[in-house]
Write a protein that binds this ligand. Structure first.
Ligand code: NAG
Ligand code: NAG
Ligand code: NAG
Length: 489
């Protein structure tokens, strides 16, 4: 249990900080600053060529620090190897690509970061203090505006950023937490972890929260103003065992720690994606529960319910931090388009199916996405199902869709005796990205048929788009009515 140490260490370092941090006289002791601040360049993003040393103003000019532009401070996390991980130069290069005149500073606390995890975790206090001293020094001695400082911390580095933000004289502009570390921090107080009070704006990506609280690699609870949980936050696509084996086969076991951290590190690559793929910004949507999101129920953008993931996030500072969700691809660019599909299934006889494999195709003004496979958890007579459909293809405005019910692998003989056909009059589709709601009706006749193992049902954009509020309400009442009847049976 690292908790008592964290608290004690923190109180000690806090006292120490305020005792030595008397800046009014201009005599601040920087001799105990162990962390190093390397100003990297766009030309050489992977090497430390020039350090800015707090207390030594000549190093600012010596490294050609640009006082006119913004500064990114990149803070790494725990390391097994004691070396910078491969993502560091990638993030540096991406920051320069997006903001060529900015200063990108990499904090080097590798010595303290390569200890036994609880020791390194406790060191976040001292490193946070180092970073705070650095920022205060830039502000007080060099006259650099603190509103231009953006701290980016990964894993333990996210908590370092939080502690630094808490200790600076003025709040820094922004802190981005990239999958803040979980063990030792899930139940810790806000002063020892990243929290919304640590900067004017705090945005957080949670990508590896699988496991029990305080045991998962990434922290589970929201710790910023905007907390985004890609793919539910637990685990990321492309990080499964099959891909792991492939990576071992191609890169060998020496990258084992990289492989283990696939989901954890995905937070960084999602942020890099937002920097370099300006035209493919991923959208995230506020939702109370991951399960509701997976049913497509949370694709609203009203009242800041949706936001852009990463660099271009809309800086909404709500009182209560809200969890936001999205799906992504397994590689860069990560963006997908989200759709909620609602379909009412009629049948004469009572039918009930679970976990059914389906396929849907979307045809739009700009392209098509064919045979998107997904599983419907429940098909039930005379009820409306709602589900989330995603594709990485930008189809534009939807014109036609098809829906097909696949044979499942356990297609049983009994299915032969009974009818396994639903009647569908229309589909309602809402796009998360455009917020457009479109009604589709059966292409041929009043109904299309959805039968197991049968042909796909074809729907075209309905001529009467009865999407008026009144119609919506009427529809909702009808749905509730049918659900009510069902539940009282
Ligand atoms: C800080 O500096 C002020 C102004 O010079 C001085 O009055 C005060 O005693 C100093 N405080 C500490 C804790 O050194
Ligand atoms: C479903 O609704 C239709 C039309 O209202 C009705 O004819 C049919 O009997 C219902 N089926 C079941 C299983 O309740
Ligand atoms: C589904 O299975 C049935 C019975 O085995 C078969 O007749 C049908 O062609 C299959 N449909 C598809 C789309 O594979």
């Amino acid at each position: 249990s690292t908790q008592p140490c964290l608290t004690t260490c923190f109180n000690i370092s806090l006292t120490f900080f305020f005792a030595t941090g008397n800046t009014t006289e201009g005599i601040v002791d920087y001799s105990n600053v162990e962390s190093k601040f390397s100003l990297r360049t766009a030309e050489v993003p992977d090497d430390d060529l020039c350090y800015i040393v707090p207390g030594q103003p000549d190093t600012v000019a010596g490294c050609s620090f640009n006082l006119e532009t913004q500064t990114f401070v990149v803070i790494h996390g725990w390391t097994v190897t004691g070396m910078f991980e491969s993502w560091v130069p990638k993030l540096v290069a991406a920051l320069y690509k997006r903001e060529p005149t900015a200063n990108v500073i990499v904090v080097d606390w590798l010595n303290r970061a390569q200890q036994h995890y609880p020791t390194s975790a406790a060191y976040t206090k001292l490193v946070g203090q180092d970073v705070a001293k650095f920022v205060n020094w830039l502000e007080n001695e060099i006259g650099y505006p603190w509103e231009k400082v953006h701290l980016l911390g990964y894993s333990l580095g996210a908590h370092v950023a939080g502690i630094a933000g808490f200790l600076t004289n003025h709040k820094v502009h922004r802190i981005t937490g990239l999958d803040p570390a979980g063990p030792g921090f899930e139940f810790a107080d806000p002063q020892s972890t990243l929290s919304p009070d640590d900067a004017n704006f705090v945005d957080v990506l949670h990508t590896n929260t699988r496991g029990s609280p305080d045991r998962s690699i990434g922290i589970q609870r929201p710790v910023g103003h905007v907390d985004i949980y890609p793919n539910g936050g637990t685990f990321q696509p492309g990080c499964d065992l099959q891909n792991t084996m492939l990576m071992i086969a191609t890169t060998g076991f020496q990258n084992m720690d990289q492989i283990v951290k696939c989901s954890h590190e995905r937070s960084i690559h999602l942020f890099i994606d937002s920097l370099v793929n300006k035209e493919k910004q991923s959208m995230a949507y506020r939702c109370n529960k991951k399960e509701a999101f997976d049913k497509g129920l949370c694709l609203s953008c009203r009242k800041n319910r949706c936001n852009t993931l990463g660099y271009q996030v809309n800086k909404v500072r709500s009182r209560r931090s809200a969890k936001m969700y999205l799906k992504t691809r397994e590689m860069m660019p990560f963006k997908v388009f989200h759709y909620q599909v609602k379909v009412h299934l009629f049948s004469q006889d009572k039918l009930e199916f679970t976990e059914q494999p389906m396929k849907m195709s979307l045809y739009g003004t700009d392209g098509e996405a064919e045979a998107i496979a997904f599983t419907l958890p429940l098909l039930y007579s005379n009820t409306t199902v709602s589900f989330l459909l995603t594709t990485d293809v930008n189809v534009g405005d939807l014109l036609k869709v098809t829906l097909q019910w696949e044979n499942d692998s356990l297609f049983s003989l009994s299915s032969w005796w009974s009818s396994n056909k639903f009647w569908v009059r229309r589909l309602r589709i809402k796009s998360g990205e455009t917020q457009a709601k479109v009604i589709f009706s059966a292409k041929n006749g009043e109904f299309a048929f959805l039968s197991r193992g049968g042909d796909h049902a074809v729907f075209v954009k309905s001529k009467d788009q009865q999407s008026s509020r009144k119609e919506e309400r009427r529809h909702k009442r009808k749905m509730q009515g049918s659900l009510f009847t069902k539940s009282t049976e």
